[in-house]
Write a protein that binds this ligand. Structure first.
Ligand SMILES: *Cc1c(COP(=O)(O)O)cnc(C)c1O
Ligand SMILES: [Zn+2]
Length: 422
């Protein structure tokens, strides 16, 4: 545990923390190591005793401390505080973006800059909890499949914890910044000749058969628990008043659900009132959830060969899709798809108008919001937060392709003046 940030007496949550299947409702003890429901294969959510949390919450302290994942310890299903592995994730800026708001056409727009996390994406919020759980379960090896950011984050937290880390990546498909991180943190990287969905199926089988390896993809029920803190922080940073709408890029779809849960739990314990309309954005070449929402389907239909420049959301069969559908519908939100051109345009606007550098997947939220405003699906007087999920340095090759290149001139003053123009 990092020193210095845990002076606050933490609330011990008693036993009423459990795993509950979102499909069949079966309940299991928190100590049992399941990834999905052994009865029906459904996804789990974690139920904490919110009455108990509400009772013991130190509201004055909560309002005085700056945001960070572990500020919200009371909401985290951790059994042993001494096992917490943290790189001081969370506490990311919430930028008010007036210039971008004008371009997009809404009254008030904020961008939650998750690129400011220790490894440059929101994945760190999930991994601080997930790797802590690996230690609680007494395991020495962690594994994931990844489009890049999950592996970068897991590799860092595994390094901090002294655990072995195995990552399965789609060969040749991972952005340079992300791959470089996993390599530097010394993960064992296996590049499979296939796409992300195949890599995920393989790592799930690996962790089912090798019970000594802990699976840390977002099907793991604990990771979204850490990611709930995005919702907590937004409410906190907006003066304990949730916005009208939160716009989230969707890949495997755990994050939109996690953020929803954050607002839900704050509302349940009486810290805030109301839940924002959760609005999920996918790329046109990988939009199974958008289709399901638009057509009112109960279940989504996976996309076979997902394609988009936004590699972090290039996912055809989102594991947490059923959770995304629930979050969007329960909050009266919506979903929309955007083209690669729209993503690039939004990525440039965010950088040029607000000085916020993001990877393409993150920009899809801005592009999607703009489209929804144009369609009239989002009101112009709404107060909106877009989640900028990952840092611009993650995908330098894409930036080089889409941006104005440097101009080469001789090393003379005259050449510079000539180049400068007016
Ligand atoms: C992981 C990731 C996403 C997608 O999040 P999901 O929880 O898989 O929906 C979006 N953007 C970035 C930068 C990511 O790393
Ligand atoms: Zn079940």
């Amino acid at each position: 545990m990092t020193e210095g940030i845990y002076q606050t007496p933490r609330i011990k949550i008693g036993n009423p923390v459990r795993l509950e299947c979102i499909e069949c409702g079966s309940k299991f003890k928190i100590h049992e190591r399941f990834y999905t429901c052994p009865k029906c294969g459904g996804l789990f959510e974690i139920k904490i005793d919110l009455d108990e949390v509400a009772e013991k919450l130190d509201r004055r302290r909560l309002k005085a401390e700056p945001p960070s994942v572990w500020k919200y310890r009371a909401f985290m299903p951790i059994l042993d505080d001494s096992k917490i592995i943290t790189l001081q994730e969370g506490g990311t800026p919430l930028y008010r973006c007036d210039r971008l708001a004008r371009e997009v056409g809404v009254r008030e727009l904020h961008v939650k800059y998750e690129g400011a996390n220790p490894t440059g994406s929101f994945k760190d919020r999930g991994m601080t909890v997930g790797v802590t759980k690996a230690l609680e379960f007494g395991l020495r090896t962690v594994a994931c499949a990844s489009t890049g950011n999950t592996s970068a984050s897991l590799a860092a937290y595994a390094a901090k914890a002294g655990l072995r880390c195995v990552v399965l990546l789609p060969e040749g498909k991972v952005a340079a910044g992300k791959l470089a991180q996993a390599m530097m943190y010394d993960a064992q990287i296996i590049a499979i000749e296939g796409n992300f969905d195949q890599a995920l199926a393989l790592v799930r089988r690996l962790c089912d058969e090798r019970r000594d390896i802990y699976l840390l993809n977002s099907v793991n029920p604990f990771r979204p628990q850490g990611q709930k803190s995005i919702g907590f922080e937004i409410a906190d940073q907006l003066g304990w008043e949730p916005p009208d709408r939160v716009v989230v890029p969707m890949g495997n779809c755990a994050n939109i659900w996690a953020i929803y849960k954050g607002f839900f739990e704050f509302d349940a314990v009486g810290l805030t009132k109301g839940i924002p309309k959760m609005t999920g954005i996918q790329a046109e070449g990988a939009k199974p959830i958008v289709d399901a929402i638009k057509r009112g389907l109960k279940k989504f239909v996976p996309v076979k060969n997902p394609e988009t420049i936004a590699t972090a959301i290039r996912i055809g069969n989102p594991v947490s899709g059923p959770k995304a559908l629930r979050a969007i519908r329960a909050s009266k939100g919506t979903a929309e798809a955007v083209s690669d051109e729209e993503i690039i345009e939004a990525q440039k606007s965010l950088a040029k108008l607000e000085g916020i550098g993001v990877e393409p997947a993150s920009a899809s939220a801005i592009a999607g919001l703009k489209k929804l405003v144009e369609q009239g699906a989002v009101e112009r007087d709404e107060r909106v937060v877009c989640i900028a999920t990952g840092n611009v340095l993650k995908d330098p090759e894409e930036v080089m392709r889409i941006s104005r290149p440097p101009v080469k001139v001789p090393a003379s003053y005259e050449a510079i003046i000539k180049q400068l123009g007016k």
